[in-house]
Every structure is written in C-alpha cells, then in structure tokens.
Design a protein around this ligand. Structure first.
Ligand SMILES: Nc1ncnc2c1ncn2[C@@H]1O[C@H](COP(=O)(O)OP(=O)(O)O)[C@@H](O)[C@H]1O
Ligand SMILES: [Mg+2]
Length: 359
C-alpha cells in the first residue's frame, strides 16, 4: 500500500484559453501538514478544488492513496473541507451543524452523538454544543466549521484560507490550535494561504506557487535559508535583493560587483550566470570599530537612513550608494547604540551570507 495520501501528477488546468495551473507535481505523505502558499490569483484554490473533485484537471492525474480520482465524485473522496467563510447552518445548533453530514450518510444516532462529542472536544467547544452560530464569535464559528469537517473522519482535510477573516491575535492562536489538532489526529492537512507567516509556523512542508506553477517546495526552514529565486526570497521573509553587473571567480570564493555602484562583495556561494544577490537582513552585522578588515567578512560603509522599531528587533536601513539601500535587523537591545540618522554606519556581510541567484 502506498504511504502517499495525495499525489498530483503533472496536473494542469485551463479555463477556456486561459491556463491557470501548469504542470503541478506534488507528493503528500500521510499525516503531513502541507501548505500551498502564494500570492492572490496564483492558482491555489483551483488546485485545491481539483483535489476535492469540484474541478477536473485539463491534463494530468490526481491520486488519493494510490488510486486515480479522475472518475471519483467529490463526496466519495473521503476529503474534508474548511473554507474562509464558515457557512454554518444558522437555524441549527453547533451540535446539529456537526451532525449534519453524518446524518446524510445514514450514521446511527448513538454513533453520531459520540462523534459529535469527540469533534467538539478536539476543537475545545464542548460547552457550546447547544448554541446557535449567531451567538458565537468568528473564531468559535470557524472552530465549529472545522469540527464539522472533521466529524466524518476524512483521511485528508483541505483548508482554503480558513483564518483570513479573523483578527491577528485570534489568527495566531488558531494557528497553534490547528497544528495541535492535526498532530493529534495524524491527519493529512493541505492548507492554502497567501500568508507566509501562517505557512512558516504550521507546515511540515511548503509548496510555493507562482503564476500557476510550483516555484519551490521544501521544509519552511530550508526554503528560508535557501531560496531558489528572487521571487521566493522576497515572498518568504525579508530580503535584500541586489542586482549584479559582473561575477568573477576568486579562488574558492566569488567576487560580485553590484549594479549601478562601485561595490564589490565576496561570497562563498558562487555561480557564473548569477544576476542577483540575496542577503537576509539578520545575517548582516553592524560594526562598531573603524577597522576596514574583518576575517571572512565584507566591510561596507554607508549612511544611516532610517530605523523601524519592531519591538523585539529593530530594522535599520543603510544607504550604501545612491541606488543601493540595505536592510539590517538587529535585536532591540542594540537600539541605543545605533548611529543617528545621517551619520556613518558600518556593516559587516559575512562571506557565507550572500546567495547568488540566476532569476
Ligand atoms: N471558473 C473559472 N473561470 C475562469 N477563470 C478562473 C476560474 N476560476 C479561477 N479562475 C482564474 O484563475 C486564476 C487563479 O485563481 P485561484 O485559483 O482562485 O487563485 P488563488 O486561490 O491563488 O487566489 C485567477 O486568475 C482566476 O481569475
Ligand atoms: Mg483562493
């Protein structure tokens, strides 16, 4: 038996002449929390709808537990769904909402009662079983929707931006809760979001989509550390993305000249055809001495342009040349030691920090 729960094999989808999803390959093992992450309009919902069976792929195959789903109706795929707008039945209590799908399936009364109890427990709503949706907060309603989707014990749960109608605090609390529920149940979750923080905090694996294709997939930390394109570097976390004019080999390292200025950086990560250099803001250090040489480090000087206090950390923007501004993130403990606006600021960029990218 296959341990892959869901598999997409070269899946494409066009609406008339417009190609919306192109050649997606995904292999999702049982029990994994996978996020499909990308900007609005990149084809996330279309992909989810094909897995659910609401849309047929134009090309390619979708397999669930090894079996092609091309001819399988949505209600026979054993998949649960949670969407952005909870769509609870307003005239039914919480318990009745959760029981609805089970009744339709002809489950016995006793069994329904026990499943409803278990579902309520898993979303911490035991006390609200007899309430009507209008007497619940947005977060509680979304939890009922989740319990309703979990009740028939689907093998896979598809979630399409389920938290985007909630305010920030609640969204953060629900992230942790969703992850806990997923781990407790050992269920496969496929979670669609445009919110990179959401994807980073919950997922075992992130699939980044752009313009209908997979731009990169991998573990959150790995994608953050090693983005394969400027799009991914920009979309996941914050980045300094600098254009290059030339690259040349310098022993085992590379020297890259930045476009539109006289700055050359040494980097340990080279490639001849690189056109961009990406540096994460927390990899740059502020230098307090006047020395122009630091071991294994580029030393640059510029002008302090602005600071943005983020509470736990400070974002420092330094102007290195008329067209080159670089962002550095330092702990806020360093805030008082920062140069004043307009004064000189000196930066150290370790050779291992700049990553060179072709696109
Ligand atoms: N039924 C449809 N007919 C025509 N175009 C569609 C249809 N559904 C989605 N699209 C288009 O496909 C693109 C991707 O949509 P969608 O999958 O909803 O993106 P996302 O969920 O990433 O925001 C959008 O440009 C959208 O307008
Ligand atoms: Mg969508």
């Amino acid at each position: 038996m296959s341990t892959l729960d869901v598999e997409l094999v070269s899946v494409s989808k066009s609406f008339g002449p417009i190609s919306v999803v192109t050649d997606i390959d995904l292999q999702i093992p049982k029990g994994e929390f996978v996020s499909i992450l990308g900007p609005s309009g990149c084809g996330k919902t279309t992909t989810l709808n094909m897995i659910a069976g609401f849309n047929a792929p134009s090309r390619g195959d979708i397999r669930i537990r090894g079996r092609s789903q091309v001819d399988v109706a949505p209600e026979r795929r054993n998949i649960g769904l949670v969407f952005q707008n909870y769509a609870l039945f307003p005239h039914m209590t919480v318990a009745e909402n959760i029981a609805f799908g089970l009744k339709m399936k002809g489950t016995s009364k006793a069994e329904i009662a026990s499943i409803v109890q278990a579902s309520l427990r898993s979303v911490h709503l035991e006390a609200l079983a007899d309430r009507y949706p209008k007497a619940l907060s947005g977060g509680q309603q979304q939890r009922v929707a989740l319990a309703r989707a979990l009740a028939p014990r689907p093998s896979v749960l598809l979630l399409d931006e389920p938290l985007s109608n909630l305010d920030l605090k609640l969204r953060e609390a629900m992230r942790a809760e969703l992850k806990d529920i997923q781990q407790e149940l050992g269920m496969t979750f496929i979670y669609v979001t445009h919110d990179q923080e959401e994807a980073m905090t919950m997922s075992d694996r992130i699939v980044i989509m752009w313009k209908g294709s997979v731009a990169q997939q991998g573990e959150p930390g790995e994608i953050y550390k090693n983005p394969h394109s400027t799009f991914v570097a920009d979309f996941i976390g914050k980045s300094n993305i600098l254009s290059l004019s030339t690259t040349s080999k310098a022993g085992v390292a590379w020297d890259v000249k930045l476009a539109e200025c006289d700055i050359t950086l040494r980097t340990a990560n080279g490639s001849e055809d690189a056109r961009y250099c990406v540096i994460r803001p927390e990899e740059i250090v502020l230098l307090s001495d006047k020395s122009s040489h630091h071991e294994d480090m580029n030393v640059l000087s510029g002008t302090m342009k602005r600071t943005i206090n983020l509470g736990a950390s400070v974002e420092v923007h330094a102007q290195l040349a008329p067209e080159i501004e670089v962002m550095v993130v330092v702990p806020s403990a360093q805030y008082n030691a920062l140069p004043c606006l307009g004064q000189q600021i000196r930066l150290g960029i370790p050779y291992h920090a700049p990553r060179l990218l072709v696109e």
